[in-house]
Design a protein. Structure first.
Length: 115
């Protein structure tokens, strides 16, 4: 069974940094980690950053220049480096993976930013 586990969230001051990790496991075959989404209270889940197997990435405009995404294929892990965190960044951050045409979400990791 495919499992997706996010980690690295926490409380940080505005302007600070956090690095989130997403690890996928549960199959000998490759599980494709798509990227990161976030959902703030009362808002819809939104795409933050995605990365393909070749390393090409796409970011939502609000995080461009502040967030980077990378992957370690050997560990089947994707990272989201978040710098210069702003008061509008707090949310539960979710990792999306896809395996054999089915999407799998982790339980999320909470990011809180204090002003």
């Amino acid at each position: 069974q495919v499992q997706v586990v996010e980690s690295g969230g926490g409380l940080v001051q505005a302007g600070g940094s956090l690095r989130l990790s997403c690890a996928a496991s549960g199959s000998r075959d490759s599980i494709n980690i798509i990227g990161w989404y976030r959902q703030a209270p009362g808002k819809q889940r939104e795409l933050v950053a995605v990365i393909n197997s070749g390393g090409d990435s796409h970011f939502v405009d609000s995080v461009k220049g502040r967030f980077t995404i990378s992957r370690d294929n050997a560990k089947n892990t994707v990272y989201l480096q978040m710098n210069t965190l702003k008061p509008e960044d707090p949310a539960v951050y979710y990792c999306l993976s896809r395996f054999r045409g089915t999407d799998y979400w982790g339980k999320g990791t909470l990011v809180t930013v204090s002003s």
